[in-house]
Design a protein. Structure first.
Length: 163
């Protein structure tokens, strides 16, 4: 559900740097859609304000119908997020591959309009994907996709956008 919009005015070449809480978003906010009157060249999220975990996600695109999630972490865990940025539901096929390019498993996910699915990579599949090293996705709608890889000690988290 769309909530009250928040507007920030930036001059050319200026950047907004701050916390989400500084935007005074409504308490019910679950995610953001950023729109601009002129092109925006990037968007990044960096971890938690208590610095217990730091991750970066950067996007320069308005979504894609297919892409690659390039690194399933073998020493920790990999979580995958798929965000449907369109007005209609999306049907997404996720295919897991090993280092030789051999298909390991496939899964299909439905995502409602302007919704996100976020889960451990393995949990999208009914088959075991422990031998997989990367995922491909294809969709009938534009998506923004990214992955978060956690170290086994939970002291490092990296965010990688879908390629």
């Amino acid at each position: 559900t769309a909530l009250t919009a928040v507007t920030e005015v930036l001059d050319p070449q200026e950047k907004y740097l701050g916390t989400a809480s500084a935007l005074n978003l409504p308490a019910q906010t679950a995610w953001l859609r950023i729109t601009a009157t002129n092109p925006v060249t990037g968007f990044e999220l960096v971890g938690t304000t208590d610095f217990n975990q730091v991750a970066e996600y950067s996007s320069l695109s308005s979504g894609a119908r297919q892409g690659l999630l390039a690194k399933l972490d073998k020493q920790g865990s990999t979580r995958v997020a798929l965000v449907n940025i369109e007005e209609a539901a999306a049907t997404v096929t996720l295919t897991a591959y090993d280092d030789t390019g051999t298909q390991v498993a496939t899964a299909q996910v439905s995502i409602a309009s302007h919704r996100k699915v976020f889960d451990e990579a393995q949990d999208f599949y009914q088959q075991d994907i422990s031998t997989a090293t990367y995922l491909r996705y294809s969709s009938d709608r534009n998506l923004v996709a990214y992955q978060l890889n956690d170290s086994s000690e939970n002291n490092l988290i990296e965010g990688l956008p879908g390629l």
